[in-house]
Ligand binder design. Structure first.
Ligand code: CA
Length: 710
């Protein structure tokens, strides 16, 4: 920044005030549950879902349907992150905090983006020390504040408290053993002097899910709740586990069972309970996990426990006998509804499975559950019996089924918001299906998932189209009338999380780089900004010095964005958000903002290299396909070697060309790119490395013949 030399007293005073302005410090204000529950505070954005209600609704009206057209960038910062901007920033006393790639936390002046401090949990170093073959989950969706601290959770399983004022570490605890193939991408949730954390990783080994609450001051463990029962021979932790075990068959504990809760949790002070969603089964296929059937509690459920003790209160299972990766780890939003003249304390939940649940949270009873997307795995939810009606064919008894919604979910972690003024919920919706296949595997109960290797218990899994023309949509749902009020069709799935305001607005970013404002009453588009790079994060809003601002992280992320599962034209690679090409940013908008954000490079699709000197061995290439899938190379580098946005497209990488074998080995076995989140695989054999090279070269040569990616 350049200053002209001041030559009058006035200018001196201006310069002095600028000095004060630029030396803003983060505050150590004591944040309490009262503040975290205060819907009227519009200066801060204190929690993941703004307040304990998780509504992502702001009462601000400065920006509204009449003037939103004048919204322009007010300040921006270029970020060092290379992928996965999926988080919700916090704003406390004029300071903004966000968590980026490899779980680094940064603090900025929320008025102008000036950096105040950075905290680096050194995730790459931890992973290297533990020789963990960690893949994919290097992103985080958020952080929490309580007291004078911030809480973050890391990929490798640590829960860390840092001072909000200066970013200095206060305590750090390990929430799972370093050797476990688990990860944390969710925000730790701070409430009532506790901080709650879950984990994910159901697909990468035999895992038994659990959630834990720690003391915010000391990091001491206060309670733990298991989301799948253990081996009865070892004795059950409590009655809830004993009850859950009755819904399993065979030796499920040898598979772990799964149920890992990686997102979707809410503190409900009014009923002194903590409500969280749980994950899918490990492995996916129930025939293997629990031969003979059973509901398999507490997989794919909403579970309420006593907030003080972690003791079971009630549950709702949203996918009985889960066998479709239907986690229920989606937002749980608290709302006061008037249903049939009665005031209801409700919890709103729209999980992967395509049903919108309105739950009476005093007892866990479902008041209504209607389909918000095309659904064929269940016919309906019967409110009278409180049960889903599920055709037997959904469990693919013949070894194959096309099921919708897909394993990516009709709605997943992308935040939904609730506008209490309009009584509408805004859901980013995916309209996809997929086939599940276990032919040749269905009676094979000898299947065992291996740690750090993909193990679904299937012989095939492929993303397909569902009956919809459109692949994505934003919809407004009325939780009292149980129906869709409006829907905006979108060409692509994976629309980002939403924010709604009393200005009758709903904001949403899209994978194509557009950031939109809609009339929350009817879905009419009122404003559009082109960020030049895909968006996956939800926006936040706050008001400082009389100015309402809207902030958003720019840069796509998450499973579909990395072409995980070979999503092809249904996914992301067609956008041209090639790894390393575009600048990740945080942009803040205000009415009549005056900053010019530099243009992003034009989208570019990776061009596979044709290496004439490389002679492809088809047998090795075939083996390589398996190695590439099992070790989860596919997660970041994409199905069929066609990358999404998370890592380089290997078909275009020099590291796999003839003559560069040493370079390839140093990256894959030696961990040369660990800092970027590329794990090291020291146990891969020479043959396995070679097979991956042949597989990728084959994909590249075929791609190059076609002239491009696909
Ligand atoms: Ca899963």
């Amino acid at each position: 920044m350049k200053f002209r030399r001041p030559n009058t007293l006035g200018q001196l005073l201006v310069a002095a005030s600028l000095l004060v302005f630029t030396s803003l410090h983060a505050s150590d204000r004591n944040i309490t549950d009262k503040e975290l529950s205060d819907e009227s505070n519009t200066t801060d954005w204190l929690a993941y879902g703004r307040t304990h209600s998780e509504q992502r609704y702001s009462p601000l009206t400065d920006i509204n349907v009449d003037n939103v057209g004048k919204l322009k960038p007010d300040w921006y910062i270029d970020l060092p992150d290379k992928s996965d901007m999926v988080g919700t920033p916090l704003v406390v006393d004029g300071v903004m905090y966000y968590i980026g790639e490899m779980n680094r936390v940064r603090a900025f002046d929320a008025r102008n983006g000036k950096k105040l401090w950075e905290y680096d949990p050194e995730v790459a170093k931890t992973i290297e020390t533990g020789y963990q073959r960690k893949v994919f989950w290097k992103h985080s969706r958020g952080i929490s504040t309580y007291g004078n601290k911030l809480f973050l959770a890391t990929w490798d399983g640590r829960l860390i408290a840092i001072n909000r004022k200066d970013g200095k570490e206060v305590w750090s605890v390990r929430t799972f053993a370093q050797t476990e193939p688990l990860n944390i991408t969710g925000h730790p949730k701070a409430f009532d002097g506790k901080v709650f954390v879950g984990n994910g990783g159901t697909e990468l080994g035999p895992t038994r899910g659990y959630v834990t609450a720690y003391d915010t001051e000391t990091g001491k463990q206060l309670w733990r709740f298991y989301t799948a029962p253990g081996n009865p021979a070892d004795g059950f932790e409590d009655e809830a586990q004993e009850m859950a075990a009755k819904t399993w068959k065979g030796k499920w504990w040898e598979h772990g069972g799964g149920g890992n809760a990686w997102h979707g949790w809410t503190y409900d002070k009014e009923f002194n309970q903590f409500i969280f969603g749980t994950g899918n089964g490990s492995p996916w296929n129930r025939k293997i996990r629990s031969p003979g059937g059973g509901d398999n509690l507490f997989l794919s459920s909403v579970v309420a426990v006593d907030a003080k003790t972690g003791k079971y209160k009630w549950h709702l299972q949203t996918a009985p006998g889960e066998t479709w990766d239907y986690t229920s780890c989606m937002d749980i939003v608290l709302a006061d509804l008037n249903i049939g003249g009665k005031n209801v304390k409700a919890a709103l939940h729209a999980p992967k499975n395509g049903f919108f649940y309105v739950i009476d949270r005093s007892n866990g009873k479902v008041l209504s559950a209607e389909k918000f997307a095309d659904v064929n795995w269940a016919t309906k939810f019967d409110v009278k019996t409180q049960k889903h009606i599920i055709p037997e064919s959904s469990y693919y008894p013949e070894g194959k089924a096309n099921i919708y919604p897909s394993a990516f979910g009709a709605h997943t972690w992308h935040a939904m918001s609730y506008n209490p003024k309009l009584g509408l919920v805004y859901i980013p919706t995916n309209h996809l299906a997929n086939t599940f296949k276990d032919e040749g595997k269905k009676t094979d109960t000898s299947f065992r998932a291996e740690k750090h290797k993909l193990g679904l218990g299937l012989s095939g899994w492929l993303l397909t189209k569902d009956p919809h023309e459109t692949r994505g949509s934003l919809q407004a749902w009325d939780p009292v009338k149980n129906k869709r009020v409006w829907q905006v069709n979108q060409k692509n799935p994976w629309g980002a999380g939403t924010l709604t305001t009393a200005g009758n607005l709903v904001f949403q970013g899209l994978p194509n780089g557009k950031f939109n404002a809609y009339d929350a009453r009817n879905g009419k588009i009122l404003w559009e900004y082109d960020a030049g790079l895909g968006i996956s994060a939800p926006p936040i809003t706050y008001k400082l010095d009389g100015k309402q601002m809207i902030s958003l992280l720019i840069g796509p992320g998450g499973a579909l964005a990395s072409n995980f599962g070979g999503s092809g034209e249904l996914g992301f690679e067609g956008f041209g958000w090639k790894y390393g090409l575009h600048q990740r940013r945080l942009i803040t908008f205000a009415l009549d903002g005056k900053v010019v954000v530099p243009a992003q490079p034009a989208p570019e699709v990776a061009q596979p290299i044709f290496d004439k000197k490389f002679k492809i061995d088809d047998k090795k290439a075939g083996d390589g396909a398996g190695t590439y899938a099992v070790h989860l190379c596919v997660a970041c580098h994409g199905g069929s070697g066609v990358a999404g946005v998370k890592a380089p497209d290997l078909r275009a990488s020099p590291a796999l060309l003839k003559g560069n074998e040493k370079m390839f080995e140093s990256i894959v076995r030696g961990g040369a790119l660990l800092e970027n989140g590329m794990p090291k695989f020291p146990t891969l054999t020479d043959e396995e490395l070679d097979s991956i090279r042949h597989y990728i070269r084959k994909q590249a040569h075929e791609g190059a013949k076609e002239g491009a990616g696909h």
